[in-house]
Design a protein around this ligand. Sequence first.
Ligand code: PTJ
Length: 253
Amino acid sequence: MMVPESHPRYKSLLNRDRIVEAFESGVLAKGGMIAHGRGETFDYLIGESTTDAALNSIKVSAALLVLAENPVISVNGNSVALAKDEFVELAKELNGKIEVNLFYRTTEREEKIKDVFESDINGGIVLLGIDNADKQIPGIDHLRGKVSESGIYTSDVVLVPLEDGDRAEALVKMGKTVIAIDLNPLSRTARKSTISIIDELTRCIPLITEYVREYKKMDRAELLKIVENYDNEENLRNILNLISKRLTSVDLI
Ligand code: PTJ
């Protein structure tokens, strides 16, 4: 569908279009459409913009990604559908590692997603999690727990947009710093991850990249200062407070 740029909900309609296209091409799981709808609902509740709390999580995440020895960006059907190029840009500022990690893993979807990244693989991106996913996250069933040795398995910091709560928890148990992007502050993923960015992924990935670029010029001590007092529970409470204030004071006319 052609979305007119003048439409007040242009960005949202464009994202819906990308989701539908990705479903039709086999990249997106059926459940991905439902997940997107849930995300839209929470985006309404936070005001469809990056909140101060989210910006703080974004800055802390960028600093952690720069400090990391083996940072990995995990992607699934929804994140590839909405922001493949933005993830590639971020990965290029880091070590180039992107790992495909699917909740509904099938060989067909793996192949479709690999095709989407074809030109990036020659351009410096290391695509993991498909041909080389021969390690297992302890406690997670076979297909959902498949990871690559040089990727998520040995990563110290992993960025997981739209992750499943069980896996987020299992990755934390493995000793990893887990940065989740999830619009739902009540989800298990948001509660179990080390850092939860409660923001829409197409809005926050370019911001993370911008801060990564800036923070690469800083020394370790300065970066450690950015991350030192972060408290994820406080972050989630700030978002919930913001939502409840908005619900009682929002201008309806
Ligand atoms: O591609 P696969 O097989 O890995 O499957 C991916 C989905 C997303 C279908 C799977 O992981 C799943 O079922 O996820 P959930 O449990 O529905 O969780 C998705 C979470 O992402 C929800 O809490 C949504 O609020 C949130 N979400 C949806 N769209 C966005 C989002 N968060 C940030 N940005 C979005 N665009």
